[in-house]
Design a protein around this ligand. Structure first.
Ligand code: ZN
Length: 403
């Protein structure tokens, strides 16, 4: 391979999973744009030197993050999770501080910062999507509408007690510039809270749909620590949360500033045990994913043949990886029901399934094909009445951990 590892610069990368050419998965389409969306290769490579799995092809960040429609405040379990993070960080590290500040990178609609604000923090968000940044500003969360990097931390010109980056560390095209900027913007005793999809959980859940163009990198503890250490930062504690089927909340400080917890050491040992930093784990993952495609397409075709109606539950970005790789379109799944009204009347990229808003559709299907599988508990709890009527909820991916 001719490209370099995004973390360690090695060129020793091996292809492990090919999901075909796919459109940018957050590119929900208006009717007039159907069929005009560009497709890009979606291939996962494994670095045999540092074990970071990553995409070889980069869709430009201006294309992907200029105006996305993902809102973190929409889902209750996600909002609860953000509250928990703010409460934990404050209780552990900054309870006695009278003046405290937090910078949120990729602050989205300000959901995370609202929780910090109510705990007395001086808050600042950085968000690249104009629409989303405005939603945060309107809600009283000061937000800079730009991409975060070394340049922005210089312009901001101060240091923070807490820097938070939730679900952004794998988006980053400017990985090293951003990590340097975090190092620069963090006070001496500051805590950088990094939240990311845990590659070990992705492998355990067979959650291949988490692989999409926005996620350039997929981390384990080992691989994120390689990146952090390269820039004078080190993780001193971590926990596993059920968000997105298994996410790490890592606590990071300046190298040597804080001592490592027993909990972190235990998680590292478990990770080694799991084999998730070995290429073999990826080869068997690829086999299971191919088998899953066969099983799911067969199930949907059978439902169709029996005259059953199938609706998608949720139109999450990751659902598009799954639908495009499976080749499942409106002939098999009539529509996708979604909560986020920004996606009203749009069509899924690639497969062009129409998106309708939950609660606005009078009919019910025979089967809900649940694309937002990571919210399994919340979804089943909210739909008891439908379950009682015998409507089936099919989860293409069964999370070992669920929110
Ligand atoms: Zn590498």
């Amino acid at each position: 391979m001719s490209f370099m590892c995004r973390v360690c610069d090695s060129t020793a990368l091996e292809p492990v999973l090919d999901l075909g050419d796919q459109p940018w998965c957050n590119h929900f389409l208006t009717k007039d744009k159907i069929g005009k969306e560009p497709f890009y290769p979606l291939r996962l490579f494994f670095c045999t030197k540092c074990a970071t799995s990553q995409l070889d092809y980069t869709v430009k960040k201006e294309v992907m993050f200029g105006d996305h429609t993902y809102l973190s405040g929409v889902t209750k379990s996600l909002s609860d999770h953000f509250k928990q993070v703010a409460t934990d960080v404050d209780a552990k590290f900054f309870r006695d501080h009278t003046q405290k500040s937090v910078l949120d990178i990729g602050s989205n609609d300000g959901t995370q910062l609202k929780h910090f604000k109510s705990l007395g923090y001086d808050v600042l968000g950085v968000e690249s999507s104009k629409t989303t940044a405005k939603i945060a500003e309107d809600a009283g969360i000061p937000t800079r509408n730009e991409f975060f990097n070394l340049d922005s931390i210089e312009k901001i010109g101060r240091k923070f007690d807490v820097i938070n980056a939730s679900g952004v560390f794998f988006h980053l095209e400017e990985l090293h510039s951003v990590t340097k900027a975090i190092k620069k913007g963090l006070k001496d005793d500051g805590v950088f809270v990094v939240q990311f999809l845990y590659m070990k959980s992705i492998l355990e859940n067979d959650a291949f749909d988490q692989i999409y163009h926005e996620h350039l990198l997929y981390y384990s503890l080992k691989t994120i620590e390689i990146l952090l250490n390269r820039h004078g930062l080190s993780m001193f504690d971590a926990r596993l949360a059920p968000i997105h089927g298994g996410s790490i909340i890592g606590y990071v400080g300046h190298q040597g500033a804080r001592s490592e917890t027993a909990r972190l050491k235990a998680m590292r040992a478990e990770e080694v045990q799991s084999g998730c930093n070995q290429i073999d784990a990826y080869h068997s993952f690829a086999k299971r994913v191919a088998a899953m495609k066969e099983r799911n397409v067969e199930m949907l075709k059978k439902a169709r043949a029996e005259g059953k109606r199938v609706f998608g539950m949720g139109a999450p970005v990751k659902g598009n990886t799954l639908l495009n790789y499976f080749g499942v379109g409106p002939d098999l799944i009539e529509c996708l029901l979604e909560k986020n009204t920004l996606r009203r009347d749009l069509y899924s990229p690639g497969m062009h399934i129409p998106i309708l808003i939950e609660g606005e559709v009078p009919e019910t299907p025979d089967i809900f094909y649940v694309l937002a599988w990571n919210f399994k508990k919340e979804i089943l709890a909210n739909n008891q009445a439908l379950l009682d009527r015998g409507i089936e909820f099919f989860f293409p991916i069964e999370p070992k951990l669920s929110a």
